[in-house]
Design a protein around this ligand. Sequence first.
Ligand code: NAD
Ligand code: IPM
Ligand code: MN
Length: 351
Amino acid sequence: MKQTLLLLPGDGIGPEVTAAAQRICQLVAPDVAIEEDLVGGASIDKHGVPLTGAALDRAKSVDAILLGAVGGPKWADVARDKRPEAGLLGLRKGLDVFANLRPAYCFGALVDASSLKRDRVEGLDIMIVRELTSGVYFGEPRGIETDANGVRRGFDMSVYTAPEVERVTRVALEIARGRAGRVCSVDKANVMESGQFWRQEVTTVHKTHGGGVELSHMLADACAMELVRAPKQFDVILADNLFGDLLSDAAAMLTGSIGMLPSASLGTEGTPGLFEPVHGSAPDIAGQGIANPCAAILSLEMALRWSLARPDSADRIMAAVGRALEAGARTRDLGGDLSTTAMTDAIIDCL
Ligand code: NAD
Ligand code: IPM
Ligand code: MN
């Protein structure tokens, strides 16, 4: 049956980098049908909301979704639930893509582009598994209010249920099984009830489903430190929604640039995967044609591997990005001067 990839370019550099990925898709998987829709600020401008019910329904009906990025100063003053970011969160929640895989992989050619010394990052290959549809991002109650004493306050609720921790832990264990077999689960069990609960549940799931995978626990602040001290100690890092967000940006810099990091958000069997760069809409460089397209192109690579069952096409992309980087192709964030289009051309030449 014909497969469909839905492009949701979004805002800022989103359309620039998804256009690059679209070119690659047409070359490595020409029979995949490509559709397009709006999300984020682009959807606010057209429909008044960051994600329409029709766009969500469409996303549910395709095989995979490739999203660029959302957000920007234009929509910064809108109420939180009407911001571009709310469209992305609504999409993640609506698709129930609870397991967000963020691989921090350092290409050989980029070892010297990393902010860490060569010996710390050479051969670096970490998979962060971030819980994506619960925790403090979605917990209730939340709000900004004035209390009985007239003092204003803002609050959010960090909450996880056992099934939510269980399903993402299983994904982390399964992924570790196909890698070096080690999961490091991250929390603040020393100060938060939800952290203590997270650690208890992960431990319980590991006892039943661990099968050969080694589990360790680390406090999230220590993990941030260890990531920049000795990142190669990690194989799979399992984290909640908030810690996974923070740690994956930190891990991104180890690979040379945030413009290199892709992600895959997966749900239960049969759910279309949502694939997106880890970076945002980069308002500071949007419209200049200089964004690094690699994170978007590697997100397509993940879509081909995880949702479209085309490992050969995925391998081709991975190898081509590696070869283009070996040949010296670099956008500005990597210390070069190639435009988005020229970088994409260089990768296409290596396909
Ligand atoms: P950002 O990732 O957009 O930018 C951080 C820095 O990295 C900027 O200097 C930017 O120029 C640079 N950068 C990011 N991607 C790059 C690329 N591909 N090539 C070269 N340089 C790149 O983060 P921010 O500035 O904190 O956020 C900007 C907006 O993006 C906000 O509205 C935020 O909410 C949104 N955001 C969206 C997503 C998403 O859609 N998945 C992710 C993160 C942030
Ligand atoms: C990310 C982003 C999003 C997040 C925002 C834009 C909602 O930072 O995908 O990492 O916090 O999850
Ligand atoms: Mn983030």
